[in-house]
Design a protein around this ligand. Sequence first.
Ligand SMILES: *Cc1c(COP(=O)(O)O)cnc(C)c1O
Length: 223
Amino acid sequence: MPVAIEKYQEIKSFLDQKQVALVAVSKTKPQEDIQELYALGQRDFGENYVQELVDKAAALPQDIHWHFIGHLQSNKVKYIAPFVHLIHGVDSFKLLVEINKQAAKNNRVIPVLLQVHIAKEETKFGMDATELKAAMEDASALDHIVVKGLMGMASFSDDPLVVQPEFAYLNGLYQEHKKNKTHNIDFSVLSMGMSGDYQLAIENGSNLIRIGSLLFGARNYNK
Ligand SMILES: *Cc1c(COP(=O)(O)O)cnc(C)c1O
């Protein structure tokens, strides 16, 4: 499927009005698709797989902001640490420690979002409110990361009555922790909303959405 240029422009002007940032989720999609949106001014792209991200980052323009939005294994942090712009899915203190270590090796401070489990499904990753609080307290010892906010994925459901309270809950946690700024916790990003639910996410406080299939078409994992 070709890149949905008109859809991109429509979503982009809607988001600009609302002052919401867009990460174009390009996982499994070819570099040419990324180039097409790049030519229209898009600079923030999201990827889920480390090797794919490393390959694309090496081949594509250097001013792209690469967001890692997948589930990150500790032993792979080193490959993306030199260049990653924001890591969205941090769901354990152990991972935070490894990101801090690899950031230090690269003389960087890496911005991260902590992932909160808000969906009904067991399979989605993330911390609960208690784990989040503990991770934020422990994070104060890590000088090579800065916690910029929270990320979450709602239940896979078309029912706003299911999804809306999940977004509202995450926004509540975000607003609460936003008040407690420290030297390396400085909230300004609430990453929630995808192709199917981004409007609802924005109504509930999101200021960064991650859109893939609406822009690039459905993904084929069997290639
Ligand atoms: C794949 C993915 C997206 C994009 O999903 P679409 O429904 O295609 O917009 C957003 N966020 C995360 C974490 C993803 O893994």
